[in-house]
Design a protein around this ligand. Sequence first.
Ligand SMILES: *[C@@H]1O[C@H](CO)[C@@H](O)[C@H](O)[C@H]1NC(C)=O
Ligand SMILES: *[C@@H]1O[C@H](CO)[C@@H](O)[C@H](O)[C@H]1NC(C)=O
Ligand SMILES: *[C@@H]1O[C@H](CO)[C@@H](O)[C@H](O)[C@H]1NC(C)=O
Ligand SMILES: *[C@@H]1O[C@H](CO)[C@@H](O)[C@H](O)[C@H]1NC(C)=O
Ligand SMILES: *[C@@H]1O[C@H](CO)[C@@H](O)[C@H](O)[C@H]1NC(C)=O
Length: 470
Amino acid sequence: MDSGKRCLISIFVLFFSVELMWVVKGNVVFEVHHKYGGRGKGKAGLGELRAHDSRRHGRMLSAIDFQLGGDGSPTNAALYYTKITIGTPPVDYHVQVDTGSDILWVNCKNCDRCPTKSDLDIPLMQYDLTASSTGKTITCDQDFCDAAFTGPNPDCRAGMNCVYSVTYGDGSRTEGYFIRDYFRFDQVTGNLQTSTMNGSIAFGCSAKQGGELGSSSQAVDGIIGFGQANTSILSQLASSGKVKKIFSHCLDGIKGGGIFAIGEVVQPKVNRTRLVSNEAHYNVVLKSVEVGGQFLDLPTDEFDTGSSRGTIIDSGTTLAYLPAEVYQQLISKMMARQPNLQTHIVEKQFRCFWYNGNVDDGFPVVNFHFEDSLPLPVYPHDYLFEVQDTEYCIDIVLTDKLVVYDLENMTIGWAQYNCSSSIKVRDEASGNAYSVGAHNISSAIIMFEVNLISFLLVIATLLALTKGQI
Ligand SMILES: *[C@@H]1O[C@H](CO)[C@@H](O)[C@H](O)[C@H]1NC(C)=O
Ligand SMILES: *[C@@H]1O[C@H](CO)[C@@H](O)[C@H](O)[C@H]1NC(C)=O
Ligand SMILES: *[C@@H]1O[C@H](CO)[C@@H](O)[C@H](O)[C@H]1NC(C)=O
Ligand SMILES: *[C@@H]1O[C@H](CO)[C@@H](O)[C@H](O)[C@H]1NC(C)=O
Ligand SMILES: *[C@@H]1O[C@H](CO)[C@@H](O)[C@H](O)[C@H]1NC(C)=O
């Protein structure tokens, strides 16, 4: 495998953790946990959520504004990151945003094979437990550890750390132990105004890295998982009554950065579709695919949501993850308007061609239709990216969409939106709706203009993933 390909695989790994396994570590036995093997925990998580709803009354529910930065161009590993602040005194870390995994982890002091420099030009930090007066290790007998491993660990003995190990699809891995410390965040307190709040959270302290995670290209301090499990920061803040389990992102396609917030979005209104419950990923039901006004002729069971099939919305991947049959039809319909174009393959996976002219005039609009009559229009400039002057490759790259993940009502919705403007989120404590604006920490930290920033929306099916088409 050439390095280009490995790099691209690491996109999916870092962003979407195609497969996550808990492995045997020392004398602590953890169950092997495949993300797509059906997360039994999903149910428990929801029960837990409902239980918390009643406890939540009278508590302060905030909206949180996260700074966002990054470079989402598909050839550049589609990296978005946010700045988080942990510990006393507080230290800032830059962590990759990942809707496909469930824990936050950061590199820990003296970790083995941790990156020491980043091509992103961000200062890399390592969490130092001895330097934070509020940090404590989590032991294997604590509730959080049980939650992380879906049950008590029979081999747990007094004082033993709660150890984790995550292996990603390309063999990249991180392992370490859980810590509890203060987490600071920017609570939305007015229009484009925030103030610092804190909460205690459990997160992974990575002691060892393997594979791409330790390399300097695209290196960040860790990954923040925005998955549905109750080990996520979102779930932890929600269960302590601080926030509602709703988050949204809007990634700026032109300037970079964008909006990333926790809280109920009141403006703009988005149309929604049901999230399939008890699934590891954010699964939705895709009903049909329309290319230039013509519906693809798909077998009716293609988008079934049974245990092995379903459509996933995630913060990134490519059309190549569609089942081969759907992908082929889609490509041939997309290219039908330009019968004379010759395509070639770049980096072993992108189908590319040379084209002079405006792609929006030369290629059809693709419309994915989801349950609840929710369309997702994808324009030629979204699915064709220009790798160099007049050379275009096919990949679904959606910019300027506000995507709202509402885990309270189990829906996901989106709307075409200007991601360098602002949205309004509700402050539950006062009932007011406040504006949250776009940020771009990349431009502050990275001293050069980031190229195309975009939002990758995954439309993949479990079928393709279970077939292992990576
Ligand atoms: C997650 O859920 C489990 C089981 O429902 C519960 O024991 C645990 O306390 C929860 N953990 C968090 C962090 O909310
Ligand atoms: C966290 O917030 C509470 C309440 O606002 C405050 O009393 C406490 O000092 C804060 N702790 C830290 C470490 O900032
Ligand atoms: C979520 O569900 C609750 C109760 O079912 C409902 O009152 C509320 O309006 C819903 N919110 C949204 C944004 O759909
Ligand atoms: C939501 O759906 C309605 C009815 O189809 C449509 O009129 C409206 O424009 C949609 N809103 C968005 C933000 O797409
Ligand atoms: C998007 O919003 C920004 C900030 O409000 C504004 O300056 C810009 O002109 C808008 N872009 C478009 C295309 O409307």
